[in-house]
Ligand binder design. Structure first.
Ligand code: SAM
Length: 143
């Protein structure tokens, strides 16, 4: 959704599901990644990418049939460990000095809770907004 060019050939899109559905509400859910895989165990070699954009679900509770849950997904009960594993995997597949962009919305879980769960510190981020875009750099004062 946040990609300016959704067919950008320079980007490899990964999600754990492939899903197309037209809801009665008129919303269209179209999750159509290049690679179907789990961010906790990515099918990529170490040091594969210059940049990784990590945009996990930010909801821990939402009706399973709700439009939001279908569009954005919902975190599992083990979300703290899952997000930590996701960060570790993002850093593993990044090249040295590579950039990790992380998006988080604080609707249900505060950013500080996320930062407490992971072993990395962002370089910059917008602290006032409810939606955060954080920038991390592999190997730079963050491990
Ligand atoms: C906020 S959405 C991503 C939206 C995407 N950035 C875009 O611009 O369209 C979060 C996605 O993470 C996926 N997801 C949830 N758990 C996952 C996991 N363990 N591994 C990979 N993808 C996962 C969900 O299926 C959901 O589509």
């Amino acid at each position: 959704m946040f990609h300016f060019d959704k067919q950008n050939e320079n980007v490899l899109y990964m999600d754990k599901r492939q899903h197309f559905e037209k809801l009665d509400s008129g919303h269209v859910i179209n999750v159509n990644p290049d690679v179907v895989a789990d961010f906790r165990n990515m099918p990529f070699e170490d040091e594969s990418f210059y940049m990784v954009i990590f945009d996990p679900p930010h909801l821990i509770k939402a009706g399973e049939t709700s439009w939001l849950a279908k569009k954005y997904g919902v975190l599992e009960e083990t979300w703290q460990e899952d997000i930590k594993q996701g960060f570790d995997e993002c850093m593993r597949v990044l090249k040295p000095n590579g950039t990790l962009i992380f998006k988080w919305n604080e609707e249900q879980v505060k950013l500080n809770e996320i930062l407490r769960s992971i072993d990395y510190q962002p370089i910059i981020g917008n602290k006032r907004s409810k939606t955060h875009w954080l920038v991390f750099m592999k190997g730079v004062a963050n491990e």
